[in-house]
Design a protein around this ligand. Structure first.
Ligand code: HSE
Length: 371
């Protein structure tokens, strides 16, 4: 059995990965080794009756004994360790959830329901680095790849509604702490059935207070939103917005004739589901029924939600989709702008298809390839 080293298995993405690997019984096919940057020698996870001792995630000689390394440890670890391992001649598969290597020439961004052919070609060509994509990009492609596959997309704008989880585990906790402070401060007014305007004044005073808890986000998110994600690029975009065009085109293998994709990425008070509103410019007038058909026939996780109030509020929300692999697409309609303009809305779990699932599946693909 192939030796697979897993690093960062206790963090948020790593924990979701472990959960999925247990659910799918993935451990039966591998000899797992669990690495830690801080707890080497201590007890690690128990898998099928065996408790694994944690190995030192900075010990290159141990890492080099593996056939595959799967890291959810974050970008800094990748920057520190990956070049050293490669310099020392380790030629195993490096599968990574962090963004560090994504745009490298010799790395493939993995989303196998969308780019399995590119992944297979990479394996045949001896490419060794496979990296999960940005969450909004992966979730957009899981929803809309059917339209790209048909060659119907001229350009897309995506306005995002991104969950706290995308910013990290501490941010999820901070969001709920913020909600608690808002609720606690308004409690007496609510108990006294005060008017909405009085409650509103209380809420805004809470979130504007210099003492309000904003250590992680740098601004209130509860009862508000933050229209900025990641750092600034030179052209006025944020890096999250830049990833839309660069990663999507790389995943789809469009080196030339890139499809323009742009939009505004916004953090909202959802816990772990990213949502996106798309405007899609089609390159010809295509009947809505054909569009629907192309979307749903692309993969087994995407499905349509009827463009009605009842279906939408019940089925096209983070509340419904959280902790599932579902990719609902709804609010689908031709726009007043013209027959070639399509509006759509999609929701997806940022920790599953947005992070852990593509790398979990890549591990299986790499194992199949190794035979
Ligand atoms: N950058 C994303 C976000 C998550 O902040 O929501 C990771 O792809």
């Amino acid at each position: 059995m192939k030796k697979v080293g897993i690093i960062g298995w206790r963090g948020m993405v790593g924990s979701v990965l472990m959960e999925r690997m247990r659910e799918e019984n993935d451990f039966k096919d591998i000899e797992p080794l669990f690495f830690s940057t801080s707890q080497a020698g201590q007890e690690g996870p128990e898998i099928n009756g065996t408790t694994y001792e944690l190995l030192d995630a900075r010990d290159l000689s141990l890492l080099k004994e593996t056939d595959i390394l799967l890291s959810c440890q974050g970008g800094q670890y990748t920057s520190d360790i990956h070049p050293k391992l490669r310099n020392e001649g380790w030629d195993g598969y490096w599968i990574d959830a962090a963004s560090t290597l994504r745009m490298e020439k010799d790395a493939i961004i993995v989303l196998d329901p969308v780019n399995r052919k590119i992944i297979d070609q990479g394996l045949t060509d001896g490419i060794k680095d496979y990296v999960g994509g940005n969450c909004t990009v992966s979730l957009m492609l899981m929803a809309l790849a059917g339209l790209f596959e048909k060659g119907w997309v001229e350009w897309i704008t995506s306005q995002t509604y991104q969950a706290a989880s995308g910013a990290g585990a501490k941010n999820m906790i901070e969001l709920v702490e913020q909600m608690r402070l808002v609720g606690e401060n308004a409690q007496n007014l609510l108990d006294d059935n005060e008017t909405a305007l009085r409650v509103d004044r209380n809420v805004i005073e809470t979130v504007r207070s210099p003492r309000f808890l904003t250590k992680q986000f740098g601004a209130p998110l509860a009862a508000s939103l933050i229209p900025w994600i990641d750092r600034a690029m030179d052209n006025g975009q944020t890096r999250e917005e830049w990833k839309g065009i660069s990663e999507t085109n790389k995943i789809l293998g469009y080196a030339e004739n890139q499809i323009p994709i742009d939009g505004c990425c916004v953090r909202v008070g959802s816990m772990r589901c990213h949502s996106q509103a798309f405007t899609i410019k089609l390159n010809k007038d295509i009947p809505l029924a054909d569009i629907e058909n192309a979307i749903v026939s692309h993969n087994q996780w995407v499905y349509l939600v009827a463009n009605t109030k009842e279906e939408t509020v019940n089925k096209l929300t983070p509340t419904r989709v959280s902790r599932t692999l579902d990719i609902p697409v709804g609010r689908l309609r031709k726009m007043n702008l013209g027959e070639q303009y399509l509006s759509a809305f999609s929701v997806g779990d940022q920790l599953l298809w947005g992070a852990a699932e593509p790398v979990r599946r890549m591990l299986k693909i790499a194992l199949e390839h190794l035979g």
